[in-house]
Each structure stands twice: as structure tokens, then as C-alpha cells.
Ligand binder design. Structure first.
Ligand SMILES: Cc1ncc(COP(=O)(O)O)c(C=O)c1O
Length: 365
């Protein structure tokens, strides 16, 4: 059985921005366009009036608005301090028995295995199939008795997305085996509504949970707000554990999200801008002969050029990008993919800055 691995020390280094304002942050899949207009003012007004007051612990208005936005009922929604917290809380809710296990894919968002370790559960990590989610392997582990499954879709770090048949196959298997299946859709807003099969399934009453975040396409990573949508009884179990954190979603965060939700078209704009910049990034990579995986998200996985077919030294390459060009990218050695990098898309200007730096590092003129 693969060992549960926590991200190594330093994995979350370089998240502080102060003192590094001139660095290009292409390592955290942030949104360079920011939140919808008016959101910052809403946060400012909230802070000016009520910084001394506790937030609404039920997040009643927020859950009501999210429910209306997604066409479900408020008791089908739990909110948290980012998806990070919801992954931990969900693990606490469904990995209670001694020997409980979670299945996820190898080489993905580390929060799933870190949370499993935190609650003393076993984690089975199924190797990717190329750049794709290994549906058969995840199904097999569910059938072997995993209590919980996390499937990141679109997949961080490759950018692959599941089709409807694969989503349905996973849900069918989860319902058969009794596994609580969670699709982490942190990047679904970039892929677009044509890929939202899991949410459709929730609306149809299927037994599946979907997590979303305001950190990515909504441009609100700093306020820390994520949510999970699913059947009432599963959401209730999550909310019971979350009850230990009654004020986990702070007032400015609630206000920011309420304001942002008034402008759903923001997501469409961000999706279109990101797609344009991603196309430019992929073209630039092609020009530089850098292999990369197709992506529907706001990041692209690239293979560092090396000798022949073997990938190059991604640790050294990422370090040189940072030191010589002030560009941060995510080196995937730490996620078990040596020789590969995950590069956030950024704006068109940022893609151009990155392409110039890559050309310089590779000795192109
Ligand atoms: C797949 C995935 N899930 C969850 C998160 C965390 O999201 P949040 O900012 O809502 O905690 C990230 C952040 O990068 C992510 O890549």
C-alpha cells in the first residue's frame, strides 16, 4: 500500500507576497484578474462596520444564495474556510472507524492524503493513466471498501477533465460500494458548464458530493471560502463536524462572496480570458519545443526538456526561473512527477514574460 505522504517542508514556501511584489506567481493557480468589481468595497465596508462582531455561524444568507445560484436547497450546502478545510472536515466526518481508508489519485492536490494522515486513516493513491484520472483504479479501490474517495476534476496538476461516462461510472460504483465520493471541482469554473456532470448528478439526487471554491475563477483566494454541495444527509454529517468551528467563515469572506455572486458573468469573462492566455501559453511552449499536457484549467503541466526522451531537472529549472527571472512555478517532483512543472496560466502579458524567460533559460534567441 502506498504510504501517506505529507508535502515536504517548503512546499508552501513562496506564498508570501510582501517583498516579492515583482515576482510572477505562477505556482498557486491564483486568478490574476481578481474578483468581480465591487467585491473589495464590500469587504472594506464590512470590515469598517463589523470587525468587532462574530460572523453568522450558520452562513444562512450565503448558503441561501449559493443554493439559488446552483439550483439546490440550502441544506444541501456546507461552507468552509476554503476547500482545504472542507477536505479535512469531510475526512473527519467519513473516516471515523479504525482502519478506515480513502482512495484518491497519485500526483494530485496533497490535501487529501494530508487530511487522511491527520485523522489516522489509510490512503490508497492510484497512479494516473498518463495525464488522466485512472477511473478503473479508483473504482477498484471503492469496491475494495474505501469509505471515502476524492477525485480532483479537472485534475490538478495535469488539467485533464472527466467525460460524462467516467463521472457516471464513478458515481455508480460509489453508490454500489457505499463509498462517499467527492469530486473536488476547484477548477471547474475554468472548464465551463459543459463539464458539470457531477453537479447535474447531485441535482438528480445521486449520492455524490461536489466541492467548489471561491479561490480560483472568482479571484478570492485570500478570503478563504469553499463549499460542498450534495445530499442532505451527507452534508449534515459534514456540518456536524464543522460545528466544532462555528465561526470558520469570517464576516468579510461572507460579504465578499455575497457581492461576487451578484455578478455571475465574471466567471464567464475569466474563463474566456484564461482560455485565450492558455492558448498563447501552449503555442509558446510548442515554439520552444516544450512538451505539455492539454488543459481545461488555469494551469498547464509541462515536461522540462532534457536529454532525449527523458525529462530534465525540474528542481533546478524551477529554481533558475525564480532566481534569474523572478517567476515562481510549481515543481512537481514533490508530487511524485520528477521532471515536470505545473505552470499557472496568468494574463497574456504574464505569459509573454514567462515565454521570454523560458527561451532565455533554454538558450533560444
Ligand atoms: C484541487 C484543489 N482543491 C482545493 C484547493 C484549495 O482550495 P481553497 O483555496 O478553497 O482551500 C486547491 C488549491 O490550489 C486545489 O488545487
Amino acid at each position: 500500500m502506498p504510504q501517506v505522504q505529507a508535502p515536504p517542508p517548503g512546499f508552501f514556501a513562496d506564498t508570501e507576497i510582501v517583498g516579492k511584489e515583482d515576482h510572477l506567481r505562477l505556482h498557486l493557480n491564483e486568478n490574476p484578474y481578481g474578483p468581480p468589481p465591487g467585491t473589495v468595497d464590500a469587504v472594506r465596508a464590512e470590515a469598517a462596520s463589523y470587525l468587532n462582531r462574530y460572523p453568522d455561524s450558520e452562513c444562512g444568507e450565503l448558503r441561501g444564495r449559493l443554493a439559488a445560484h446552483f439550483g439546490v436547497t440550502p441544506d444541501m450546502i456546507a461552507v468552509g474556510n476554503g476547500t482545504d478545510e472542507l477536505v479535512l472536515v469531510t475526512s473527519m466526518a467519513f473516516l471515523r472507524e479504525p482502519g478506515a481508508s480513502v482512495v484518491t489519485t497519485a500526483t494530485t492536490f496533497p490535501g487529501y492524503v494530508v487530511s487522511a494522515a491527520a485523522v489516522g486513516a489509510r490512503a490508497h493513491t492510484v497512479p494516473l493513466r498518463g495525464a488522466s484520472i485512472p477511473v478503473d483504479g479508483v473504482v477498484a479501490e471503492m469496491e475494495r471498501g474505501a469509505e471515502l474517495a476524492f477525485v480532483c476534476n479537472p485534475l490538478n496538476p495535469t488539467g485533464a477533465v472527466l467525460d460524462q461516462a467516467a463521472v457516471t461510472e464513478l458515481i455508480d460504483a460509489a453508490e454500489r460500494s457505499g463509498t462517499v465520493l467527492v469530486f473536488d471541482e476547484a477548477y471547474m469554473d475554468f472548464a465551463g458548464p459543459a463539464h458539470e456532470f457531477a453537479l447535474d448528478a447531485v441535482r438528480e439526487g445521486r449520492r455524490v458530493l461536489v466541492t467548489r471554491t471561491f479561490s480560483k475563477a472568482w479571484g478570492l483566494a485570500s478570503v478563504r471560502m469553499g463549499f460542498v454541495i450534495g445530499p442532505q444527509d451527507l452534508v449534515q454529517r459534514i456540518n456536524t463536524v464543522a460545528g466544532a468551528l462555528p465561526f470558520n467563515v469570517n464576516r468579510p469572506a461572507q460579504r465578499a462572496v455575497l457581492r461576487a455572486l451578484e455578478q455571475p458573468e465574471h466567471i464567464d469573462r475569466v474563463r474566456a480570458d484564461n482560455a485565450r492566455a492558455r492558448e498563447l501559453l501552449c503555442k509558446s511552449l510548442d515554439t520552444l519545443n516544450i512538451e505539455h499536457a492539454p488543459s481545461v484549467a488555469n494551469f498547464v503541466m509541462v515536461k522540462v526538456p532534457g536529454e532525449g526522451a527523458a525529462p530534465g531537472d525540474s528542481v533546478g529549472f524551477a529554481a533558475r526561473l525564480a532566481a534569474e527571472h523572478r517567476i515562481f512555478v510549481r515543481n512537481l517532483d514533490v508530487l511524485g512527477l520528477p521532471g515536470y512543472l505545473r505552470i499557472s496560466v496568468g494574463t497574456v502579458d504574464e505569459v509573454e514574460r514567462l515565454a521570454t524567460a523560458l527561451a532565455a533559460l533554454l538558450g533560444h534567441h
